[in-house]
Every structure is written in structure tokens, then in C-alpha cells.
Design a protein around this ligand. Structure first.
Ligand SMILES: Nc1ncnc2c1ncn2[C@@H]1O[C@H](COP(=O)(O)OP(=O)(O)OP(=O)(O)O)[C@@H](O)[C@H]1O
Length: 537
């Protein structure tokens, strides 16, 4: 294919060889940029969704996956092999007129992702140069934010799903369900817009394709949770490890995290244990953590160290504790009540000679027994309990009342949005961190407080090393950060505050730990923070 004068093959732009007849039909990158700006310009969720829906109605089915992925903040390709520094340092004269099509940009991103081996750095540079010289200034800025992950706000997923429902004229619940079961936003969007409700309803759990895990909402106390859910509950230990979803199909066993990142290679001991179970196929949900010799949980960092590694670090062994079974030997259990799923799980694990572990818990306890489970969990070094409605189906991806977590300390998972240079003992260290709660409507995190409490010297050193790479603004006082890191904060409660934009401020916030297993889209919302106004401790 002949390169154009700027070294950019013609098929990558909306003009040239595309031909006049279908030219009009191609969605331009500029239209996605405009929709993204419209989404950012309003706080109203319905207006955000309407802006996206309008664009989706114009898009062809094969453009829908890229358009929806980008508006939710992600390229379609999981790894592009282009670093943040490279992208933010690109300087190319912007194009005068918007001509890049969605197809063209996606083709370049696909090529970037596929480029490896000798000469790949130079090839990537050429591809990026071509892409950025063909982009207008606004498009360049959008591309940098898309490729550096700065556009990614988990809450946008929900807005895009609403938009898909509106554009396809199908119920939002049908879109959401298909998304939770397929784990793929672009795939769900394409299904909705091409096949409608029937195609969405045909989406099923598939062994080998992870589903979004069901989540728990905070219960204010054990008594409240029991009063809310009644007697038909199970009270289980809440272990402080990492969520795992394990799929087995014959001898093939694969493992995913709660963000649906595959970690099969890093956790061979979990793979072995599930492969030894007496079944052909299964989808198990559970928590895994590292225990020390007397069975007490090791530090959370030890468990997480196994999740960051590309290959296994055999010095820290993980134990699985399964608490749900979504599929067994050809039978989907998702829509069965929890009681039936637990029976099936007990049957599967009881027959296992290798003692794969089950989450400790008591079904239908009286209040004293329930309090005993909580006391036992805490005495064994765990976080608390989860109270679960035995009649509830598995609501993939939902944080509902059917599972309620009860912990003696309030903790919030918040986004780190800035950090200040410390003074005194902390001088020269990025110390006081700015904490943001997630805006459920997809906006920027809402600042709710600051803290430097609970930080070890090691953590301060780590922040000082890591934050400059995440900085979006450098100031004399410190840095403003791209919203990428999630930190778990213990609080005594929250109070009303006119100083903070959300009207609430944390009381006695202290760092428990960073949460590399969570994305900003999974941080607690400003509503969850406001919810603590009612329950000061
Ligand atoms: N018995 C259990 N049943 C369900 N989840 C459990 C259980 N024990 C531990 N967990 C963990 O608790 C999480 C449920 O709490 P939640 O949905 O709020 O996630 P989380 O924000 O990671 O929790 P937290 O921040 O309180 O640790 C699950 O994702 C799982 O990782």
C-alpha cells in the first residue's frame, strides 16, 4: 500500500481509498472525542448516556466494540506495549481537519499490540508518529488519555451500558446481565445492537470465560444484617485475601482475579487442587490467601505478592477457601438459591481426598451462634463475617443486600488523587495523600479527605518513588495524580464538611494498605462514604 506524504498509509484515514459511498457511514474518531467531551461536561447520568447512545445509533456493528471500549476508557487491546512516558512526550504537528476513522485508529492499535521482537521499538514509533500526525490537537489529547489509561473511570462502564440499552432499545437489565456473564463490554454492546434482547438473553455462563463476581454491601452490624435478612442465612468467615474464580473444563483449569485478570500461571497450587476434584467441569468462587504454619493469615502483601508476579513464587503458598459454585458438570447453578449451590459445593468438596478447603460458616445460626462465628473469625485473625441470604441467586457483578459484610472497623477503598511533600520526619517524602471517592455517574473522583497516618517508612519511600510517574500536575506543595491507585482507609466515621466538594469528610482516616487488586472503578462511591454519616463509630 502506498504511503501518503506523511508516511501514513491511506487506509488509515477516512479519505483516499475508502470511497465516497461508504465514507459517510464511517464513524470518525472526532465523533468519539466529541461524545467523550459531552460525557465529561455533564454530571447527569442520563445526559451522559444519551450522548453515547446517539453516537452508537450511527455506528456500524463492527465499529461498536471500539467505540464502546474507548468511551469506557480502554482500547480494545489489553496491552499495547507503549509506555506512559513515550505517549506524553509525543510531539507532532496536529492535522487541520479530523479525518481519522474509528476503524483506522483501531487498526493501528491492533498493530501496536501485535508488534514484538527485533525492531519493534522502531516500528511502534513509526505507527505512533503516523497516528498522531493524522490526528487533530483534540484527537491527540484524547488518544494520549485513552492510551495512558487516564480516561478509565470504572463508573463509565455503567453509563456506557445504559447507552447501549438506549441505542439498542432493550432493557438495561438485559444488557447488564449479559455484560456480567460475558465479562466483555464491547462484546455485549455488539450483541445488543445486532441481536437485541433475544441475543442478550442467550448469553450464558461459559466454562472458561469469567463472570463478574457477586459483591457484598456493608452491613452496619451483625444484628442489623441478621434483622435485615432474617433467619434463612449463612454466616461465613470473611477472609482477607484475594478473590479467585476458578474454571475447570476437563483437565484444563484456569484462574481469574476479581477484576477478571487471568492468573493461572502464577497459582499452580490452586490449579492442582481444583484439577484433583472429582468432577468434569466446575466454576468455583472463593477467596485465597497465604497462611502461616499455625494456620493464621499471613500479611495481605504476602498474598498479593503472588498476584503481581508473572510466574509462581513458590515460597508463599496460597490456600483456597471456596464459598460458591456456579457450575458443575454441565449444570449452571447461577440462578439456583445459595442453599442449593452450597449443597452442591459441599458434595463436591467432601468427596475430595486432597482437602480443598471450604469457607468456614454456619447455616441458619441463632443470634448467639452467629455472634460466635464472628468472634471465631476475629480470633483467628480474619476480617469479620459475610451474612448471606440462602434464598438468593448468584447476582453476577452486583453489590446487593443479599450478601452483607460485617467488620468491626469501617474501611473504605478510595482513589489516591494527589500527595503532598511531607515536613519534619517526612520531609523529602510524598506523604499526605489526597483521597477521592468514586462518582457513580462516571465523573472524576470526589475528594473526601487526606491522610498520612498509618504509613510506614517503607510505604513513604514507595509513594515517593512511584507517584512522579502517575503525576498529572506537579506543584510546589506536591503532585496531583492520575486516578489509578486504590488505597484502603480505616475511618472512625465521616462528618459533614462544607470544605470538601462532596459535602463529607473522613474522620480519623488512616492507611490500612494499598489495594493493587482493585481498579478505581471498584473504589467506594461518594454515596457509600455519605452512608457512613448515619453510623459514626
Ligand atoms: N465468605 C466470603 N464470601 C464472600 N466474599 C468473601 C468471603 N470472604 C472474603 N470475601 C471477600 O470479600 C469481598 C466482598 O467484599 P466486597 O464486595 O466489599 O469487596 P471488597 O471491597 O474487596 O471487600 P473489602 O474491601 O471489605 O475487603 C469478596 O470480593 C471477597 O474477596
Amino acid at each position: 500500500m502506498p504511503p501518503t506524504t506523511n508516511g501514513w498509509p491511506e487506509r488509515f484515514t477516512g479519505g483516499g481509498n475508502v470511497g465516497a459511498t461508504c465514507d459517510d457511514a464511517l464513524v470518525l474518531l472526532a465523533e468519539v472525542v466529541a461524545a467523550s467531551a459531552a460525557v465529561a461536561a455533564t454530571r447527569a447520568r442520563t445526559a451522559k448516556a444519551a450522548a453515547i447512545a446517539e453516537l452508537l445509533r450511527r455506528a456500524d456493528p463492527d465499529e461498536v466494540p471500539a467505540v464502546t471500549a474507548w468511551l469506557a476508557g480502554d482500547p480494545l487491546q489489553s496491552r499495547l506495549g507503549v509506555g506512559w512516558r513515550t505517549l506524553t512526550r509525543l510531539e507532532h504537528e496536529p492535522a487541520g481537519e479530523p479525518a481519522l476513522t474509528v476503524h483506522a485508529v483501531d487498526a493501528v492499535l491492533a498493530e501496536l499490540a501485535a508488534t514484538s521482537g527485533a525492531g519493534s521499538a522502531a516500528r511502534r514509533e513509526t505507527l505512533l508518529a503516523g497516528l498522531f500526525s493524522a490526528a487533530t490537537g483534540e484527537e491527540q489529547r484524547f488518544l494520549v488519555r485513552l492510551l495512558t489509561g487516564e480516561l478509565r473511570q470504572g463508573a463509565l462502564e455503567g453509563v456506557v451500558l445504559d447507552a447501549v440499552a438506549a441505542a439498542a432499545d432493550v432493557p438495561a437489565a438485559a444488557v447488564r446481565r449479559a455484560f456480567m456473564l460475558s465479562g466483555s463490554l464491547p462484546g455485549t454492546a455488539a450483541t445488543a445492537l445486532t441481536g437485541g434482547v433475544a441475543a442478550l438473553e442467550a448469553v450464558r455462563l461459559e466454562v472458561g470465560r469469567p463472570v463478574h463476581p457477586m459483591l457484598a454491601s456493608p452491613g452496619s452490624s451483625l444484628d442489623d444484617a441478621l434483622a435485615d435478612l432474617g433467619a434463612d442465612v449463612t454466616v461465613e468467615f470473611k477472609l482477607d485475601g484475594a478473590r479467585v474464580q476458578v474454571h475447570r473444563d476437563g483437565d484444563d483449569v484456569r484462574v481469574w482475579t476479581r477484576t477478571l485478570r487471568e492468573i493461572t500461571e502464577a497459582v499452580p497450587e490452586l490449579v492442582e487442587r481444583v484439577r484433583a476434584l472429582p468432577c468434569r467441569s466446575a466454576v468455583l468462587d472463593g477467596e485465597t490467601l497465604a497462611l502461616d504454619d499455625d494456620g493464621r493469615p499471613r500479611a495481605f502483601q504476602d498474598t498479593m505478592s503472588r498476584f503481581g508476579a508473572a510466574t509462581a513464587d513458590e515460597s508463599v503458598l496460597l490456600s483456597p477457601f471456596f464459598f460458591d459454585l456456579l457450575h458443575l458438570d454441565g449444570r449452571d447453578l447461577l440462578d439456583e438459591p445459595l442453599a442449593a449451590r452450597l449443597d452442591a459445593l459441599a458434595g463436591l468438596l467432601a468427596a475430595d481426598e486432597h482437602a480443598v478447603l471450604r469457607m468456614p460458616g454456619v447455616r441458619r445460626p441463632d443470634p448467639a451462634q452467629a455472634a460466635g462465628v464472628l468472634a471465631d473469625a476475629l480470633a483467628a485473625g480474619h476480617e469479620g463475617v459475610v451474612v448471606k441470604d440462602l434464598g438468593a441467586p448468584y447476582a453476577a457483578g452486583r453489590r446487593g443486600r443479599a450478601w452483607q459484610k460485617v467488620k468491626p472497623v469501617h474501611t473504605l477503598d478510595l482513589v489516591v488523587i494527589g500527595a503532598e511533600w511531607g515536613y519534619g520526619r517526612r520531609s523529602g517524602k510524598l506523604s499526605n495523600i489526597h483521597l477521592g471517592a468514586r462518582d457513580p455517574d462516571g465523573g472524576e473522583p470526589v475528594m473526601v479527605g487526606k491522610t498520612f497516618k498509618g504509613m510506614t517508612d517503607e510505604l513513604l519511600a514507595w509513594q515517593t518513588r512511584t507517584f512522579p510517574d502517575l503525576a498529572r500536575e506537579q506543584h510546589q506543595w506536591g503532585v496531583l495524580l492520575r486516578p489509578e491507585l486504590v488505597v484502603e482507609i480505616a475511618v472512625d466515621g465521616v462528618q459533614r464538611s462544607p470544605r470538601y466538594p462532596g459535602g463529607v469528610a473522613l474522620r480519623f482516616a488512616r492507611v490500612v494498605r494499598y489495594r493493587p487488586d482493585k481498579t478505581p472503578g471498584q473504589a467506594d462511591t461518594i454515596e457509600a462514604v455519605r452512608g457512613l454519616l448515619a453510623s459514626p463509630r
